[in-house]
Design a protein around this ligand. Structure first.
Ligand SMILES: Nc1ncnc2c1ncn2[C@@H]1O[C@H](COP(=O)(O)OP(=O)(O)O)[C@@H](O)[C@H]1O
Ligand SMILES: [Mg+2]
Length: 347
């Protein structure tokens, strides 16, 4: 029995990558396909993007070929997995990309992102932050950089954005380029394009951590983010309040879904309690007690820490000097401890 290379290729065209949901032929994973009588051999090229579930994929190829051509097709042992050189891009020298997300808006996602970035930079790490909350960018204000205009240079005919830098963090936000009132009326594809531009057409250089402040909820932006970059893991921020937790669960399930498939590094409980300055030993659990911590246990997710409601945290955000810039303060220490847990979680 013999068959042609084209016939084999047609069979492999129906093998769909289990997490990317695209044919392996379309993904250009099949290389050096040789057909000689019943003997079929090829290489499966694997890169950062396609590297999930390779043993499963190999089995799928074998099954598809044997189903079509019968046992006489000899392919077992003839599929070689090869690591492909990664194409150079803006994120080639970025070690870890950490998405910060929440189900609900206003729970402190940007506050956590900014303070985590600064706390990581305090440890000597090279850190960047992307404000992917296109419809409500708050990163410029939290860094006191509202009027910053990032420089752009031309390289091989392409415009490359240079992130602005403060407190040791490289920063890009759409807020630097568009009036937020204009962004509010953008449609999904425009927002996705804008995120792709500030992420992939920028000079990030070498980074240990790139923090991605995502919009609340589950949106097209999340899909865009996972399709343009390999996210190391996601951190979900929630207050202990029931409605925030319900939305946090949705967020966690989104990251765990096949389409997104990003590991959840952990849950942070923000606004965990309030302690008035004049009653330093009292804790008031305004939004409920330990809700996010309990949820982490229930969903088998690491708990990365809790942050109380503190006036200086809000003031730090509003004044452009996040509390983590003072790592010796009590609030600064809280974010430093969270940063350490994040470092441990990704390494
Ligand atoms: N732990 C906290 N203590 C005091 N104020 C906080 C705390 N966390 C967030 N805030 C304030 O709450 C508001 C919403 O926080 P923000 O980080 O912008 O939320 P999100 O990005 O989730 O919409 C901001 O004014 C911020 O300064
Ligand atoms: Mg925000």
């Amino acid at each position: 029995m013999s068959f042609t290379k084209n016939e084999v290729e047609d069979v492999l065209r129906n093998v769909i990558h289990p997490t990317l949901n695209i044919s392996i032929i379309e993904l250009e994973m099949v290389k050096n396909l040789h057909v000689n009588g019943g003997e079929i051999s090829f290489e499966l090229g694997v890169n950062k993007k396609t590297a999930t579930n390779i043993p499963v994929l190999k089995k799928m190829c074998i099954h598809a070929i044997e189903e079509k051509f019968g046992e006489k097709a000899n392919v077992r042992g003839n599929i070689k997995v090869v690591q492909e050189a990664e194409p150079e891009n803006a994120l080639s020298k970025v070690k870890h990309i950490i998405a910060v997300s929440s189900g609900k808006g206003g729970v402190g996602k940007s506050t956590v992102s900014v303070n985590l970035a600064v706390a990581l930079a305090n440890t000597g790490a090279k850190v960047g932050i992307i404000d992917a909350d296109i419809f409500g960018p708050s990163i410029p204000k939290m860094f006191g950089m509202e009027s910053a205009k990032p420089d752009v240079f031309k390289h091989e005919g392409k415009e490359i954005i240079i992130p602005v830098e403060k407190y040791g963090v490289k920063i890009l936000s759409l807020g630097f380029f568009v009036n937020p009132d204009d962004a509010m009326i953008w449609r999904g594809p425009m927002a996705s394009n804008a995120l792709t531009q500030i992420t992939m057409n920028s000079d990030w250089g070498e980074l240990d951590y790139l923090i991605l402040d995502l919009p609340p909820g589950t949106s097209d932006i999340h899909l865009t983010a996972v399709s343009i970059m390999k996210i190391t893991g996601a951190i979900v921020v929630s207050t202990p309040q029931d409605i925030a937790l319900a939305d946090a669960i949705k967020g966690i399930n989104m990251f765990r879904s096949e389409k997104i498939n990003v590991p959840v590094l952990g849950l942070i409980e923000n606004m965990a309690w309030f302690t008035p300055a004049e009653l330093p030993n009292n804790k008031y659990y305004i939004f409920g007690k330990g809700g996010a911590k309990n949820l982490a246990g229930k969903m088998n997710i690491p708990f990365l820490g809790e942050v109380p409601i503190v006036q200086s945290i809000r003031e730090g955000g509003d004044s452009g000097k996040p509390v983590a810039t003072n790592p010796e303060s009590i609030t600064g220490m809280a974010f430093q401890a969270i940063a350490q847990k994040v470092v441990d979680a990704v390494s």
